[in-house]
Design a protein around this ligand. Structure first.
Ligand code: NOJ
Length: 605
């Protein structure tokens, strides 16, 4: 299960280490109301254009599963364009599109065979231009996924590279001799390095009698980032998409661009009894420190930042941003991903330390949020709890009984903390992880290699549930992955009609994040720091009423004192802003009652 997460856990090891809701806030839309989409801010100030991304709401779309517009069972760009009103009403400000480039789809787009085009399954470059232009009318920016660690083995560069040892592209990828008697003997792979997707990271090429390195599938050969031509090729690719009006990139697998030049074996990780242990693929678990997070990665990130800043954002004014796929084990490692003032790197390296705790554990949540508030030297954390690589929130935090309420708790942490907030399509309606039940139905190859221990990532990639029709409004034909039967109750249409739905909860939280200034730049100070059942905090900023937030992490009712004197907030009365499930108004600030997995947000007066 969960490759990226396994990797993250390994890194940690290596580092030693239905409810109902009430609304009481006049500025927010009334329960069940559908306000008109907000007009685009075309006349924003230069400060807001420079800073738009800091308190912004980002939405990951897995295009293959979002909306099919041409009846082939696969989502596409025009489908996304059709859903922009929905996204704007939800409060989305930027969409991260998982890869839509031409690809053999071995890794569903993360194996790119042409970096400057659109896969015909998803549309055309003209459809892309239309999406960018229409999204702009909705004040939504488009962020592309950029895969620079590897290409598809069907990319013309790799086809050239493997055609002969003397080909000019040979050195664009990582080729090594095997451990054999002579240089051209197959022998054994150059070392014991493993692919994140199981088994050896080396693939033998019979024609040129060498091994090539692949951190992921064998159909995803790694680029040789020591070759300046690779760097130059990516400069041009980035400029191509920037000139098309994209607002930034999410850099895939960015920590694995380089390999240790000594090519020596990775160390085995030992369990608490001092023994090696096997991962889901049946391989001995290794510490991949020789192929992950090497210092040279930072030179590339800094260089990309310069390239990004060299192209003026004319089509969609405002800073272009770099999001990093940064599964790193400590806050210090995360801090390094921002670079320095003089040598900046990512604006938003993902903070996966909070989002993938995978346990309703108040103390750990508190310490991770504190880390982000105090350990990032004022840089903005990008919190994220879900994506297309990991089981959805229900499978990692749910208890099978209170899943929607637990999602309300998690989404409150996401939107009421001081952060940029990223979430994955379908989270807002409480879509559930639905893995395949038979090996023969698995589409994600890691599920085939890992079956039954790791069923792959199909479970979190099922089609978006728009309504309760046969194919959930996603398509008119059988989709590429099955629609979960729970589409009859979990779908956008029914949740739009239900004032107490999770969808409306997301809308209100996002509205709050965007309209109340303390949620924009106010401090985030933890309250009741010894409490192991309720996570509570205050957001405060000069000249504005402080807001207190309390989230019950247990299935039992809890009472909590939300007076925030310890954080320098003197008020003694509460005005309810948002709460879930319905409970009586708090008797007083020091006795706020929270039902099972309840949330309370109130203004201190
Ligand atoms: C991370 C992506 O999110 C995942 O889906 C992909 O398989 C790997 N990188 C390899 O590109």
């Amino acid at each position: 299960m969960i490759q990226m997460l396994q990797k993250f856990k390994t890194a940690l090891l290596a580092a030693g280490l239905s409810s109902v809701l009430a609304l009481g806030f006049a500025a927010l839309p009334g329960v069940g109301q559908s306000p008109e989409p907000k007009p685009a801010t075309m006349h924003a100030s230069s400060a807001s254009l420079e800073n738009w991304w800091k308190n912004a709401v980002y939405y990951e779309i897995y295009p293959r599963s979002f909306q099919d517009s041409n009846g082939d069972g696969i989502g596409d760009l025009n489908g996304i364009t059709q859903r922009l009103d929905y996204l704007q009403k939800l409060g989305v400000e930027a969409i991260w599109l998982s890869p839509i480039y031409p690809s053999p789809q071995v890794d569903f787009g993360y194996d790119i065979s042409d970096y400057e085009n659109i896969d015909p399954q998803y549309g055309t470059l003209a459809d892309f231009d239309k999406l960018v232009a229409e999204a702009k009318k909705h004040n939504i920016r488009i962020i592309m996924d950029m895969v620079m660690n590897h290409s598809s083995d069907k990319h013309k560069w790799f086809e050239e590279s493997r055609s002969s040892r003397n080909n000019p592209y040979r050195n664009w990828y990582v080729w090594k001799d095997g451990k054999g008697e002579t240089a051209t003997d197959k022998g054994q792979p150059p070392n014991n390095w493993q692919s994140d997707f199981g088994h050896s990271a080396w693939e033998w090429d019979e024609k040129t009698r060498q091994w090539y390195y692949h951190k992921f599938y064998k159909e995803q050969p790694d680029f040789n980032w020591n070759n300046p031509e690779v760097k130059k090729a990516f400069d041009d690719i980035l400029k191509f998409w920037m000139n098309k009006g994209v607002a930034g990139f999410r850099f895939d697998a960015i920590t694995t661009l380089f390999e240790d030049p000594n090519w020596i074996d990775d160390k085995e990780i030992l369990d608490k009894n001092g023994k090696t242990f096997l991962n889901a693929y049946g391989d001995v678990t290794l510490d991949d420190a020789r192929t992950n997070n090497l210092p040279e990665v930072h030179d590339v990130i800094r260089h990309i930042r310069e390239v990004m800043d060299s192209v003026p954002p004319t089509k969609f004014p405002g800073r272009r941003i770099m999001i990093g796929e940064t599964y790193v084990p400590t806050i210090k490692d995360l801090l390094n991903m921002y670079g320095t003032k003089a040598k900046p790197e990512f604006e938003l390296p993902m903070d996966t330390q909070l989002g993938f705790i995978n346990k309703m554990d108040v103390a750990t949540f508190r310490s991770k949020i504190n880390d982000a508030e105090t350990g990032l030297e004022g840089n903005v954390p990008l919190f994220v709890f879900d994506n297309h690589d990991n089981p959805r929130i229900d499978a990692r935090y749910g208890d099978g009984v209170h899943d929607d309420d637990i999602t309300r708790v998690i989404s409150t942490v996401l939107f009421a903390s001081k952060d940029a907030a990223l979430f994955y399509n379908g989270a807002e309606i409480g879509m559930k992880t639905t893995p395949p039940t038979r090996k023969e139905d698995v589409k994600d190859p890691v599920g085939i290699t890992g079956w039954p221990k790791d069923k792959g990532r199909d479970g979190e990639r099922t089609p978006m549930q728009w309504d309760d029709s046969e194919y959930a409004g996603f398509s008119t034909v059988k989709p590429w992955l099955p629609v979960p039967p729970n589409k009859s109750t979990i779908n956008v249409k029914s949740e739009q009609a239900d004032p107490n739905s999770l969808l409306h909860w997301y809308e209100r939280l996002i509205e709050l994040k965007k309209t109340n200034p303390v949620f924009d730049h106010g401090q985030n100070i933890m309250l009741n720091t010894d409490n192991t059942k309720v996570l509570s905090w205050v957001r405060k900023g000069p000249g504005k009423q402080a807001i207190v937030v309390a989230t019950n992490f247990t299935a039992e009712p809890q009472t909590i004192d939300l007076s925030a004197k310890s954080a320098g907030v003197s008020g003694t009365k509460l005005k309810t802003v948002l709460k879930s499930p319905i409970a009586s108004e708090p008797a007083s600030i020091d006795k706020v009652e929270l039902p099972a997995f309840g949330v309370y947000i109130g203004e201190v007066q």
